[in-house]
Design a protein around this ligand. Structure first.
Ligand code: UT7
Length: 332
């Protein structure tokens, strides 16, 4: 059976830097609180009229294609992970396909929030293993800043979420080559409303109205404490699940790339696994939490910085809205 491997990664983040100081002008918060509770010093927010989910993911994809040495025409399928598509309908995959001139290849959108990229990678891995496709583009991209409650009420979430895009080219290799070892996907719908955006919901008589807008129900709502408590447990579980499935010890991990939800979560996992700083990649300090974007952006930056070498064992792990959580182990 064939195997799949990440051939190249790329990313793009909007130019606009939003510092913690800038947030203090919008809501009752402080630089000290944000740094201490989240580790974030600044994040990127999109510029309306310039950045879109499609434009950012196009730039991320172009970088990934170049690094993979693959042309857009060689891509067989697109998997697009986002919960903030440019349109309500259709999804973002087709918009990217059009922008990149990728003919009539299939485009699948997935809405698994922070776990979206790993879910997408897993889908790509299955398609490649079965021989259905040879080269798949997997994207994770979000514009969160336009649906954040920037009032005092929404401050605990609005200080963490941000905008950006990452992309990976996943290609077929022979089974004796390095590549994706296993992926592990989980969900627990009973916690759906702990981190969600209710509207525009389809089961309402009218999806969108001035009253709904006034109520703020189109904005992201998160019960941060509950999410945090579940995240630390599930991250550990799903990383251990991947290690056990491959009969590997935690010391075998060369680089852990956790979803960038909160620096305290990453540090907790690092400490539980007993990993030194050089084996964990974090960029939340400068980019915030870009939901489905965090892992491909982090992979791309880690690769750029020489933190990933051929043959390294890379562990990806994520947790977020749904709840959904996931991990992947790969040989680079
Ligand atoms: O990526 C998807 C998954 N998401 C996550 O994994 C996020 C998980 N959760 C978190 O990262 C954290 O829960 C938050 C960063 C969202 C919040 O941090 P926290 O330490 O859980 O704060 P809290 O909500 O428990 O609030 C503690 C205090 C409260 O004040 P009182 O009631 O103790 O007086 C809040 O009102 O901090 C206050 N607070 C703030 N103060 C200044 C909440 N947000 C802020 C703020 N600035 N931005």
């Amino acid at each position: 059976m064939k195997k799949s491997r990440i051939l190249g990664v790329g990313h793009y983040v909007p130019e606009r830097i939003v510092t913690n100081q800038e947030l203090t002008e919008m809501m009752n918060t402080t630089n000290e609180w944000i740094v201490e509770r989240t580790g974030i010093q600044e994040r990127r927010w999109f510029t309306p009229g310039i950045d879109t989910v499609t434009s950012m993911s196009k730039k991320a994809t172009e970088m990934a294609l170049e690094r993979a040495g693959v042309s857009a025409k060689e891509i067989d399928f697109i998997i697009f992970a986002t919960i903030t598509p440019d349109y309500f309908i259709p999804g973002n995959g087709v918009l990217l396909q059009r922008e990149l001139g990728m003919g009539t290849i299939g485009a699948l959108d997935i809405r698994n929030a922070c776990s979206g990229f790993i879910y997408g990678l897993s889908i790509a891995d299955q398609f490649i293993k079965t021989g259905m496709y040879k080269k798949i583009l997997v994207v994770g991209a979000e514009i969160q800043s336009s649906a954040l409650d920037k009032s005092d009420e929404g401050r605990s979430s609005s200080v963490i979420f941000a905008d950006g895009a990452g992309a990976a080219i996943v290609g077929e290799v022979d089974s004796d080559q390095p590549g994706i070892l296993t992926t592990h996907l989980h969900a627990q719908g009973e916690y759906a409303e702990e981190l969600y955006c209710k509207d525009p919901g389809s089961s309402r008589e009218v999806r969108l109205s001035p009253e709904l807008i006034e109520s703020g129900s189109f904005q992201l709502k998160m019960n941060g404490n509950t999410v945090f408590k579940h995240a630390v447990v599930r991250f550990m579980e799903v990383i251990n699940e991947a290690l056990v499935a491959n009969n590997l010890n935690k010391d075998a991990i060369d680089l852990l790339v956790p979803h960038q939800a909160n620096l305290r979560i990453s540090q907790y996992i690092q400490q539980k696994l007993g990993l030194p700083d050089e084996k964990v990649f974090n960029n939340i300090m400068y980019l915030g939490n870009t939901t489905a974007g965090t892992i491909p952006i982090a992979l791309s930056q880690a690769w750029e910085q020489g933190r990933i070498e051929e043959g390294d064992l890379i562990c990806l792990a994520a947790f977020g809205s749904g709840f959904t959580w996931a991990s992947a182990l790969l040989r680079w």
